[in-house]
Ligand binder design. Structure first.
Ligand code: ZN
Length: 271
């Protein structure tokens, strides 16, 4: 019994030591990098209480995206789509976690140039990140598909659901149902997001892939572009993504791996 328990404890220490060594190596690569960027996905927000939309408890298990999250569905029946959007708003009511804050600190202190995120929750910005490209749009702004008028979330918050466009005169009000600027399934990635991604990618020689398997194009092309230019891919996920073949894998939840990496980077940069 005594022997078994010692073996168990030693094994835990070995795993921790491997994790610690991998984090130190990732930190060393970050220090060496000419320009590092991060790509994030649903996994960074799950610990803020936002389930992955595609998981068994996610939004798409309750609302069929073809019926509730396409531009065609919105044009046909915006009131129906707004039943999903109300649920989306509730899901996105969350606070940034320790990982978001550590990543924001890494950017503020010069460790990364910015983030491309597939999330629409705005938690990176709430945590203090300043260069954040929102690949799939944002739920903080709204657009009228009829006349093109734009609205901030504060303006829409006091409207009854579904919110309607107030542009025009009292006698000729637009009154079309507003759509949040989240990218629906059949919509293209917004051109400004693609342009900003290209700008961030230019010269990047290290990418932190966090909380995403980067399976969906065009986000999936980001790590591969960095690699094609001779750069490195550091993956931080619960499980290694099948198609990513990263140079280094840091296993564990974002709230643990990211603060740990920030601490290791600060120590190495100080040398
Ligand atoms: Zn309008």
């Amino acid at each position: 019994m005594h022997c078994d328990s010692r073996t168990g404890s030693g094994s835990t220490e070995r795993i921790w030591s491997i994790f610690d060594s991998a984090t130190k190596l990732a930190a060393a690569w970050l220090v060496e990098a000419g320009k590092a960027i991060a790509v994030t996905g649903a996994g960074v927000s799950t610990e803020s209480g936002i389930p992955d939309f595609r998981s068994a408890t996610g939004l798409w298990a309750r609302f069929d995206p073809q019926e509730y999250a396409t531009i065609g569905a919105f044009r046909k029946n915006p009131e129906k789509v707004w039943t999903m959007l109300v649920a989306l708003e509730e899901v996105l009511r969350a606070e940034p976690n320790a990982g978001h804050r550590a990543l924001a600190a890494l950017e503020a202190e010069g460790g990364i140039a910015g983030i491309v995120t597939q999330n629409v929750d705005g938690l990176h910005q709430q945590a203090g990140s300043s260069v954040v490209v929102e690949f799939h749009g944002s739920h903080r702004t709204f657009t009228c598909l009829s006349c093109g008028a734009c609205y901030a979330r504060e303006q829409v918050a006091s409207m009854t659901v579904p919110p309607r466009c107030t542009a025009g005169s009292p006698r000729a009000r637009c009154a079309a149902v507003l759509k949040p600027d989240v990218v629906f399934f059949d919509e293209l990635i917004p051109a400004p997001a693609l342009r900003d991604t290209d700008r961030l990618l230019a010269g990047a020689d290290l990418v932190l892939v966090i909380g995403t398997s980067c399976e969906v194009y065009p986000a999936a092309a980001i790590p591969q572009t960095v690699r094609a230019c001779g750069g490195r891919i550091v993956e931080m996920n619960l499980e290694p993504a099948a198609d990513l073949s990263s140079d280094l894998f840091l296993p564990g939840p974002f709230t643990r791996t990211m603060p740990h990496l920030l601490a290791a980077w600060r120590r190495q940069r100080g040398r």
